[in-house]
Write a protein that binds this ligand. Structure first.
Ligand code: DI6
Ligand code: FE
Length: 398
């Protein structure tokens, strides 16, 4: 193959790196990977492609996005620069509520049309799996429309889209001050309807003073459990509300943000097998100063994923390479942790066992980079060294 492979295998050298690697792909899956010198003779007659010294990695996975929404919040960005805080903007009816109004007014086609450029930006950086959340509808019809739009994105582009129901993202204006009534009267019924239509791969919520309490999220998680759906949670982003402990009790796939998480939270996550999804784009955008407790996650063996959290308010970011750089520079993650965070650990955060590493039997979702060493992917700022992306064994151009 004439290049090196960062397989992200858990055991062995850093990055699971194989310096002079060969890789065999058949029927969309990886058939063999190892040192080129050990390539079995059976592959001698196979069509070959020389990577000319490049690096091959698993294709990247963005495991936390709000990619589907209408409008933008550039004006809010400007207000924040004039001194308003994120919480003040949310309380003043800006924030999530303004995106909800724009999203309710948009058609499914419009949501797809505006999401595609964001998806294309991710794809251009070697991303082949993207999680997309609802949560800007907050009524039955719009939540379903958002999830249908998300599913359609996966038909329009060569990527896997996983959908997450985030009905408990914010309290809509018509339920102001009545969060629990919103959960009971709208959110749970919408979740059941979305699930009946096959639109839900996982269930999420936002546990925060400006959103839902842990006991309100518990109602949503109980419904998810009845339906047999996995859960994840936005927790301890702006303050400590106990969402992580709740999510761990429900064996969450992931707990996300976590700036205010404690050591007890890290231990609970380790015991539950939950991934910590680190979202430096939101930390950076809202100018948070408390960093998530990376050292505690490391100490207790909590796997860390990294994602863009692409959303119009707190993280208008469509670069997973930038998220890797921020994870390293802002949070002192290592470049190896950053790459695992957008490959193997991101797959785990989505409950996907068929991708995220280069190993026999896994999907041949791969990225080929014009770099010598995997640390370069985290090191450079605003530079995209992608040479080629491969989705299910097929080289893709966009
Ligand atoms: N936490 C966030 O950072 C985003 N959602 C959430 O639960 C913010 C979404 C927005 O401001 O539109
Ligand atoms: Fe988010």
């Amino acid at each position: 193959m004439g290049g090196s492979a960062a397989t992200m295998a858990l055991e062995g050298p850093a990055y699971g790196l194989i310096p002079e690697a060969a890789l065999a792909v058949e029927h969309g899956s990886i058939a063999w990977v190892g040192p080129e010198a050990e390539l079995p003779g059976a592959f001698d007659t196979w069509r070959r492609q020389d990577l000319e010294g490049r690096l091959i990695t698993p294709a990247l996975i963005d495991c936390h996005t709000h990619l589907v929404f209408a409008g933008d919040r550039a004006r809010e960005f400007e207000m924040r620069l004039n001194g308003a805080t994120y919480e003040e903007l949310a309380r003043a009816g800006g924030g999530i509520a303004s995106t909800v109004a724009a999203t309710r007014a948009a058609s499914e086609e419009e949501l797809i049309r505006t999401a595609l450029p964001r998806l294309d930006a991710l794809i251009a950086e070697g991303v082949s799996t993207v999680e997309v959340k609802s949560g800007y509808g907050l009524d039955r019809e719009t939540e379903l429309t958002m999830l249908r739009a998300a599913r359609r994105l996966g038909e329009l582009r060569p990527v896997t889209i996983t959908t997450t129901f985030l009905g408990a993202h914010a309290v809509p204006p018509e339920y102001e001050g009545r969060a629990e009534a919103y959960v009971n009267e709208v959110c749970l019924a919408t979740l059941r309807a979305a699930h009946a239509e096959g639109l839900v791969d996982a269930v999420d919520g936002f546990c925060e003073t400006i959103a839902f309490s842990a006991s309100q999220i518990d109602l949503v998680f109980q419904c998810a459990s009845e339906l047999g759906l996995p859960v994840k949670l936005h927790a301890e982003q702006l303050s400590h509300q106990g969402g992580t402990a709740l999510a761990a009790r429900h064996r969450a796939q992931s707990v996300d943000h976590l700036e205010y998480a404690t050591e007890a939270d890290a231990i609970a996550m380790a015991e539950a097998g939950s991934v910590a999804t680190i979202l430096p784009g939101a930390y950076y955008t809202i100018r948070e100063t408390q960093a998530p407790p990376i050292a505690l996650f490391r100490k207790h063996g909590v796997p860390m994923a990294l994602a863009t959290d692409c959303n119009p308010g707190s993280s208008p970011m469509t670069s997973l390479l930038m998220a890797m750089n921020m994870g390293c520079t802002l949070f002192r993650m290592t470049p190896e942790e950053a790459l695992a965070g957008v490959t193997s650990h991101a797959a785990r955060a989505l409950g996907l066992r068929d991708r995220g590493q280069i190993a026999p039997g896994l999907r041949a979702d791969l990225a080929v980079w014009d770099v010598q060493h995997p640390a370069e992917l985290s090191y450079r700022i605003g530079f995209n060294p992608l040479h080629m992306r491969i989705f299910g064994g097929q080289p893709c151009c966009n």
